[in-house]
Write a protein that binds this ligand. Structure first.
Ligand SMILES: Cc1cc2nc3c(=O)[nH]c(=O)nc-3n(C[C@H](O)[C@H](O)[C@H](O)COP(=O)(O)O)c2cc1C
Length: 309
């Protein structure tokens, strides 16, 4: 593939614009490494909390025609053990790594940011948008610009590495939320986290499929929401955007770039097809470049169609 897919993100060189987003397979250093070996240019860990979390009991994933619903409940080993995986990853891999963290207060985000900044991570991503635990705390943090501003500012104050704010599609005005994050110092925006939550019922067993009744929706069915959300955020802020939501082909990835994403996450498609999806999507992007007479991904311009009715 040569250098045609190479790009830059916040001063780091990426071999491809494809990113493993938080949570899908990023619990251990070996799965992060596997994603890189399969063609991801950058990888994100599972969201870590200060203390370990068991998450919800199973079943925590339900498949449907349009993708997945999950109610993992942020199961993770806690930030201290999570960061040990980064040390291992660094020994074997040079690709940039994002550590995702989840907190519920400013002080938790500040503590998490301090820990991550002291590790070998390249970036910290604030999961401000988990629909599976947000309800316990009065709704996802990312539906309120004011809360997003406060959480982002708290993390930024403690972080010597760039801070990425991950936003939820579950809000009336995602551009206003992105603006609040950037005003608080976010160096980049990542979107979208899962939509919903949604619900599925097993009509033979006559009970909900998921143990938690509801789960965040991801995969092909959320792609139009991702495209619209990225487009609105791109018009509002100038920082780099990691776009994700429903990407499973090279053409999907190009569509998110045209909406305004600088790099593109592939989550549910990895769950369905395994990490080799990165290689395939990369090849399909090259096909698109060939078909349209472009040399490199840098030539995929974001559409500035704000004047279109
Ligand atoms: C099983 C599963 C677990 C996830 N865990 C996290 C997580 O820990 N933190 C987070 O910010 N997003 C998490 N996400 C959301 C993804 O990172 C991504 O934003 C979302 O799934 C949309 O992309 P996709 O349609 O390509 O999957 C998870 C998604 C799935 C499917």
């Amino acid at each position: 593939m040569g250098d045609r897919l190479a790009t830059a993100f916040l001063g780091q060189r990426l071999t491809t614009p494809l990113v493993l987003p938080a949570g899908v397979i990023g619990m251990s250093f070996s799965s992060l490494k596997r994603a890189v070996e399969s063609g991801a240019g950058m990888v994100t860990t599972k969201s870590f909390t200060i203390e370990p979390r068991a998450g919800h009991r199973g079943p925590v994933v339900a498949e449907f025609d349009g993708g997945l619903m999950n109610c993992m409940g942020l199961c993770n080993p806690g930030i201290d053990d999570g960061l040990k995986e980064i040390t291992e990853f660094r020994r074997v891999c040079t690709a940039p790594v994002i550590v995702s963290v989840f907190g519920t207060t400013e002080s938790e985000f500040a503590t998490l940011a301090r820990s991550v900044a002291g590790s070998e991570a390249d970036f910290i991503e604030l999961n401000l948008s988990c629909p599976n635990v947000g309800r316990e705390f009065g709704g996802p943090i990312a539906s309120s610009p004011k809360t997003v501003h406060a959480m982002t500012a708290a993390a930024k104050d403690e972080s010597s590495i760039p801070v990425i704010a991950k936003l939820s599609p579950n809000t009336d005005d995602i551009a206003a939320v992105a603006r609040a994050a950037v005003d608080a110092g976010a160096d980049a925006i990542s979107l979208i986290n899962t939509l919903g939550p949604g619900m599925a019922i097993d009509i033979i067993a006559q009970k909900p499929v998921l143990s938690n009744l509801v789960g965040g929706v991801s995969g092909p069915s959320v792609k139009p929401i991702a495209v619209r959300s990225i487009y609105e955020v791109r018009k509002e802020v100038d920082v780099p955007i990691i776009g994700m939501g429903g990407v499973s082909t090279g053409e999907d990835a190009v569509e998110l770039m045209m909406a305004g994403a600088d790099v593109v996450g592939i989550g549910t498609a990895v769950y369905h097809r395994g990490p080799s999806v990165f290689r395939r999507v990369g090849e399909e992007i090259i096909d698109f470049l060939d078909r349209t007479g472009r040399n490199s991904v840098a030539e995929i311009d974001c559409l500035r169609i704000s004047s279109c009715a």
